[in-house]
Design a protein around this ligand. Sequence first.
Ligand code: AMP
Ligand code: MG
Length: 343
Amino acid sequence: MQTKIKIIPIILITLFLTGCGSTQNTVQAEEAQTATIFAMDTVMELSVYGSETLLDGAESIILALERELSVTDAESEIYAVNRDGAGSVSADTAELLNRALELCARTDGALDISIYPVVRTWGFTTGEYRVPDSEELRALLECVDYTRISFDGESALSLAEGMEIDLGSVAKGYASSRVIQYWKNNGVTSALLNLGGNVHALGTKPDGSAWRVAIADPEQNGYLGVLEVVDQAVITSGGYERYFEQDGKTYWHIIDPDTGCPAESGLISVTVVGSDGVLCDALSTSLFVMGLDGASALWNESDDFEAVFVTSDDAVYVTEGLADNFSPLGDYEGQEATVIYRA
Ligand code: AMP
Ligand code: MG
């Protein structure tokens, strides 16, 4: 169910003084239209410099995508395919599926959208958390293999026996890219979207300066640093976002498709920065699975993203392209982030 929480217009006032020491002045107002909605299981904040109808249009895009992509909504396309083992999907779902499958391959299966039976068994989509034993996991992993998803690239989708798919690792990145494109098509030059920690900036702030996007501290409330970005998505995956504890151990929602268990790669947070929301969302999840060495190797052979990594000993690493845009905050201010350079 989606709940619209509130709409708060923020007025930014620019003051122009006419003449030195003059008491006469002119006030020019530029208004950011903002809305907070609950969708895709998270709180979303939309902020756009332009008319209020741009918010309604954005909200419609997000809610329509949620209805198609949700893995738990019995009315969704993905739910129907998981239930029936086959079905036809709409153009949006097809586009996202094509992108997701390409990224499953690019990450050598660290991203695997057929992970759903495992995610559900751990209780991450139902909230009924439990730790499955190794035999149960082994049986579930028999059904996890994205290469056995059969898709014609346009609409006909069929899954191997027992297989179920989950686009939760990429849906918010897709939604943000779609909304940004819609706003661009309508002449917007300044906007910021925050889909539950998945941030996407359009252009610059109205004064022409870069957007400043804070990255959550994975260990506690607060922030580990701030990134200055223009026209880019900043998407973070972390064990702290969804987890449960049992017998003193923490189990989080990012699963290693090789083991069926929460990924223990030595990373506790991965932020991916780039212009393509789907790419950033897919990679934030899968680089978390791959660990610092594997993730750095993939970055080294790519030119379409940059990243910030935090390891379990609270060390921060940033890829070369972000070195000048990242400033540590709070507990991290005392330490220099290690820059990862191209080999
Ligand atoms: P994100 O918050 O974008 O990192 O996505 C995490 C969500 O993606 C989880 O809640 C699961 O629904 C799903 N997921 C977990 N592990 C994987 C994986 N290795 N590949 C694809 N999806 C995953
Ligand atoms: Mg993701």
